[in-house]
Write a protein of this length. Structure first.
Length: 282
């Protein structure tokens, strides 16, 4: 499998939802600080990203309804701060972003195997379980047999006791180590995963990424949002089982370089645009 080098700069990543951008902003400006931010600050930041006032307001309301944001009124102003649920979601994202990363150099030969069988009458539960497995890095190897690299704790994927009765989990090593490469290709869409990293490189591995963006704060929020979406869908297969030119290696270096370059000016703009009040930490 071969990946061409970066050849052109792209615009902002398409399809990034306003909630994703807001969560990225919250992770940058609010997480761990014990503050709530004025609604007008959210509007000013999202306007930089091309999101309309109506879309931003409706997203804020939806995030309140979903238990991600809490409202605080001060006089005629409305402020929004994080709930404990949102703190946990953002902390998990920060851990994946800065501690786990995109490249898995783990030498552990073990894999987690999971098999389940649910009747047609429980189709909705079957669909939900499949979604959770893909989120957790599992790939479908054969009908009903899923695999994930390393030793995965699947207890959080199976909160329903009745569902656990239909699922069997094993931790094992392949009997033929040389066959792991084919197993990986069967279970995962490597061209699609690698293609997202390559698109990231085309967008950001350039002297002046996103030249049409209004400032470095907008660039940094686009950068982190796109990178988190890529990480979310990457099962983190050990590097030794991937093609030699696997683009996540270069993409991770470019992400850190761009983030560091954008950070000084982005922090200055954040300090200027954010109107906040102190609130108790969740």
């Amino acid at each position: 499998m071969s990946y061409p080098g970066p050849v052109r700069a792209l615009g902002p990543p398409p399809g990034v939802r306003p909630q994703t951008l807001l969560l990225t902003f919250l992770g940058k400006a609010v997480l761990g600080r014990g503050i709530a931010v004025f609604s007008g600050s959210y509007l000013a930041v999202m306007d930089r990203l091309g999101v309309s006032e109506q879309a931003t307001r409706s997203t804020l309301v939806r995030m309140v309804n979903h238990g991600l944001l809490a409202r605080y009124r001060r006089g005629r102003k409305m402020y929004f701060g994080l709930t404990p649920h949102a703190e946990a979601v953002l902390a998990e994202g920060e851990h994946r972003l800065w501690r786990v990363g995109a490249v898995n150099r783990d030498a552990d030969a073990r894999w987690t195997l999971l098999a389940f069988s649910l009747p047609e009458s429980r189709r909705d539960e079957r669909h939900l379980l499949r979604s959770r497995l893909r989120w957790a890095g599992f790939g479908l190897l054969r009908s009903g047999m899923w695999i994930a690299p390393g030793r995965c704790d699947v207890s959080t994927l199976l909160p329903d006791g009745q569902l656990r009765d239909h699922v069997h989990v094993f931790h094992a090593e392949p009997a033929q180590p040389a066959a792991v490469g084919q197993m990986v290709r069967d279970a995962y869409d490597l061209p699609a995963i690698g293609g997202r990293y390559q698109e990231f490189l085309r967008r950001w591995d350039t002297p002046r990424p996103l030249p049409a963006a209004p400032d470095d704060l907008a660039r940094q929020l686009w950068l982190v949002s796109e990178w988190l979406l890529i990480l979310r869908d990457d099962p983190r297969i050990p590097l030794r089982h991937l093609p030699a030119d696997w683009p996540a290696v270069d993409a991770e270096k470019v992400f850190h370089r761009c983030h560091d370059q954008l950070n000084p000016r982005a922090r200055e703009i954040l300090d200027q645009v954010v109107d906040a009040i102190e609130v108790p930490l969740p």
